[in-house]
Design a protein around this ligand. Structure first.
Ligand SMILES: [Ca+2]
Ligand SMILES: [Ca+2]
Length: 216
């Protein structure tokens, strides 16, 4: 079987199916297949026309082992993805300045401007009420946005970006690692910082304690 909207197509080879005999079959796509299909669908994030399921000949058989003889196209009834992406955890390497974070589903970071760097931050604590500037030195200043960071342009459940050198040393100064203040920093995601492939943005703010690797 293939999912097809003229072109391109998504093959269903690694999807899973229900394993009992029935009039109905449920096919569960992998996350990669799901986002590929969203992008050729009639739902938000797609091309605007409904996806077609192409059932090729000999895809399935009845109890008497008779295969279906002819290929057939079935226009799918589509339910849009309305679930916003959720950030799960974040990791920083203070030696390289690379930050990685995982999300509940594949994020859209192509083009990289979809990820809103002005709505991402690295802070010493979870609150925004105290916005610390640089007057007391590195150790009391937050990285209030990540403008200037370089995102790896690949849609995935793990998103990777490279801090600027200034962002790296500021974050290091309030970290729980060598050269820091003894407690881990936080990766802050303000509302609308993230977008999934179906154009849903995160409606709430998240503050994730960083898993930190020291600069050695
Ligand atoms: Ca979603
Ligand atoms: Ca700290």
């Amino acid at each position: 079987m293939y999912l097809n909207a003229s072109t391109p197509t998504v093959q269903l080879a690694s999807a899973t199916t229900t394993s009992f005999d029935s009039y109905n079959i449920t096919i569960t796509l992998t996350e990669r297949q799901r986002v590929d299909v969203v992008q050729i669908s009639g739902t938000p994030g797609g091309v605007g026309t409904n996806t077609v399921l192409r059932v090729t000949e000999h895809s399935f058989r009845d109890i008497a082992q008779n295969f279906n003889q002819q290929a057939q196209d079935v226009v799918l009834v589509e339910t849009p993805d309305t679930t916003p992406p959720v950030p799960l955890n974040a990791r920083i390497h203070y030696g390289t300045g690379v930050v990685m974070f995982n999300t509940s589903e594949i994020l859209d970071v192509t083009p990289t401007t979809v990820l809103e760097l002005t709505l991402l931050a690295l802070r010493n604590d979870t609150t925004t009420t105290l916005e610390r500037d640089r007057q007391f030195g590195f150790q009391t200043s937050d990285v209030i946005d990540l403008t200037g960071s370089t995102i790896t342009a690949y849609d995935d459940t793990r998103t990777v970006f490279q801090l600027t050198e200034l962002q790296r040393v500021h974050a290091l100064a309030f970290s729980g690692t060598k050269g820091g203040d003894g407690t881990a920093g936080y990766f802050i995601l303000e509302p609308n910082a993230l977008r999934d492939v179906a154009l849903n943005r995160n409606p709430t703010r998240y503050a994730l304690m960083l898993v930190e690797e020291e600069d050695r």
